[in-house]
Design a binder for this molecule. Structure first.
Ligand code: ADP
Ligand code: MG
Length: 585
């Protein structure tokens, strides 16, 4: 075989590995979930390639995951016969972290005040393969890509460098061998070479994996020796391994049932949460689980999740959408953008359609009427779930809106069909409460007699808006004003005409009519009197300031400030002006 070459980890990868080696994450058990999750993905990919007719040097008749523990050597091996990796892929996928937001995460970790805060950040980020270094002081990976003959061996202690060498003979797929940390040997909590411990972790975190996870267990051995006609041993999940060696009796540790296909009361919240972690690569529980089952001419099942935290790439260009497409239980693609609109890109989950062809591609999906129908139903379901959350779990809703509100509001610009539903679930800072945001519904319920519009003002922050002179008359009248502080607010509020029959009215634009009929008559008389009195002064000021303003006029809006500048109804606001400038326009 060839000489092993030594490589350095990318800087960010090295820093993350240090955190793993020193186990800043307290629940070390999750390393196994991560490795099984990768193995499962690799099996999905191989099956898909073979369905598509790709030329492969691979046997797809018995795709599975195998766990092998050696108590004496203190090693644990997780093996799959999936797609594998080429030499270049090992360097690219294992030697670097491509995940966007890594640099930012590391910065935040540096600034994190305590262990709990660091845990939280790591959990939110999710660390996949590298989590192996929480329990191992050396990791060996042997892999062969299904389209190639030659294999690759990778090895590292996680301390800055790794070695790679080409291997002539390598079995199909990937085997990851962990040399377990000696310091954990005496601690039963971390005894990852023990059969009992492994079974417990698999059951807890990976039960729903649809590929068999096998292990040569005590149960399997005694079942095999107790009766030779294996009928009974099959019943408790043990079966003889028919692979090489052919003698080791194996037990399948997981139930392999696709969660979305099981009836709701058969599945626990914990199981849903673990499934969420598998597909999202998030280590935290989701905020909400959404199930849908459509029968009839076009049948599909879906299991969607709202995460509890926004991913670091939510507003980055290369962000992905989170819904996977399955056809009749077969994984077809990740981030299927035709199933979820851009503004709901943070929704994670699975949609399993019964009547699509296994050969669908991204291009054909775009034209597919069934897909479009599904998408409409899914969007409505997500929005209605959030609406229910508002009344049933206000605290959860508040979290949702804080994390994802900015993205959801993008939908006001292009999803005309669901505009009202989006407005219904939106909330905004307001003058009514110094901390809590208010919904439009609450705003309408509180409107004063004679109030015609939903008043708002846009600006950079609550503070700048609240100290604006435009605010004075509204404060004096006791009218509530929405404080729209997100840049996206500028974009939609100009194009969304109304909510439930009430128009949105900026308090910083044009003439704002605050008074009742009687008040108006009095004010009119007073204004005429003042108009005469100040006519000369106003025309002098208009001429003097003609380069800066269109007109100087008397105003009834101000109560304490002597003067303010207002835009015409159709002028861009100062905030939008800044945005355009930033965009180079
Ligand atoms: P993630 O799963 O979030 O992409 P990981 O750190 O878990 O991140 O894995 C990095 C990448 O390495 C995977 O995306 C995959 O391409 C590759 N990989 C890891 N394990 C395997 C495996 N068992 N078989 C094939 N590829 C793998
Ligand atoms: Mg992974």
């Amino acid at each position: 075989s060839t000489q092993a070459e030594t490589f350095e980890f990318q800087v960010e990868a090295r820093q993350l590995l240090q955190l793993m080696i020193h186990s800043i994450y307290s629940n070390k058990d999750v390393f196994l979930r991560e490795l099984i999750s990768n193995a499962s993905d690799a099996l999905d990919k191989l099956r898909l390639e073979s369905l598509r007719g790709t030329e492969l040097h691979a046997d797809t008749s018995d795709l599975h995951i195998e766990i092998e523990a050696d108590k004496e050597a203190r090693t644990l091996t997780i093996r799959d016969n999936g797609i594998g990796m080429s030499h270049a892929e090992v360097i690219e996928l294992i030697g670097t972290i491509a995940k966007s937001g890594t640099a930012q995460l590391l910065q935040e970790l540096k600034e994190a005040k305590d262990a709990a805060a660091s845990q939280d950040l790591i959990g939110q980020f999710g660390v996949g393969f590298y989590s192996a270094f929480m329990v191992a002081d050396r990791v060996t990976l042997l892999t062969r890509h299904a389209a190639q003959h030659q294999g690759t061996r990778w090895e590292s202690s996680g301390e800055g460098t790794y070695t790679i060498e080409a291997v002539e003979e390598a079995p199909q797929g990937t085997a990851v061998t962990l040399h377990l940390k000696p310091e954990d040997a005496e601690d039963r909590l971390f005894d990852y070479a023990s059969e009992h411990k492994i079974k417990e972790i698999v059951k807890r975190y990976s039960d729903f994996i649809t590929w068999p996870i096998r292990m040569a267990t005590e149960t399997a051995r005694s079942a095999a020796s107790a009766d030779t006609d294996s009928a009974e041993s099959e019943a408790d999940g043990a079966a003889a391994d028919e692979g090489e060696g052919a003698t080791r009796p194996m037990e399948t540790l997981n139930s392999m049932k696709a969660l979305w296909a099981r009836s709701r009361d058969e599945v626990t919240d914990d199981e849903y949460h673990e499934f969420y972690k598998h597909i999202s690569h998030d280590w935290n529980d989701p905020l909400e689980t959404i199930r849908m089952h459509a029968e009839g001419t076009f049948e599909y099942q879906s299991l969607l999740f709202l995460p509890s935290q926004a991913p670091p790439d939510l507003f980055l260009r290369e962000r992905k959408r989170g819904v996977q497409l399955y056809v009749k239980r077969v994984f077809i693609m990740d981030d299927c953008e035709d199933l979820m609109p851009e503004y709901l890109r943070f929704v994670k989950g699975v949609v399993d359609a019964q009547d699509l062809s296994l050969n669908v591609s991204r291009e054909t999906l775009q034209q597919d009427r069934q897909i479009q129908l599904m998408r409409r139903r899914l969007v409505k379901k997500v929005l209605s779930t959030v609406k229910d959350m508002m009344s049933e779990h206000p605290d959860r809703y508040a979290t949702f809106w804080k994390e994802f509100g900015r993205a959801v509001k993008e939908g006001l610009l292009d999803d005309f069909e669901n505009r009202d539903a989006i407005l219904e679930i939106s909330s905004f800072p307001s003058t009514h409460d110094a901390e809590e945001s208010v919904t439009l519904r609450q705003y309408l319920d509180r409107m004063k007699d004679g109030q015609q519009h939903i008043y708002y003002m846009t600006g950079e922050s609550r503070q700048t808006i609240e100290s604006s002179p435009h605010m004075e008359a509204f404060r004096a009248k006791g009218f509530e004003v929405l404080l729209l502080t997100d840049p996206i607010d500028e974009m939609w509020v100009g194009s969304v005409p109304e909510f439930d029959g009430k128009q949105f009215q900026s308090i910083a634009k044009g003439q704002v009519d605050l008074d009742t009929e009687e008040e108006k008559k009095e004010v009119e008389a007073e204004r005429e009197r003042q108009q005469k009195e100040f006519a000369e002064l106003l025309s002098w000021m208009t001429t003097t300031l003609s380069e800066k303003v269109k007109e100087v006029r008397l105003s009834s809006r101000l109560t304490t400030s002597p003067a303010c500048i207002v835009g015409d109804t159709y002028d861009v606001t100062p905030n939008l002006e800044n945005m355009f400038r930033a965009m180079g326009q």
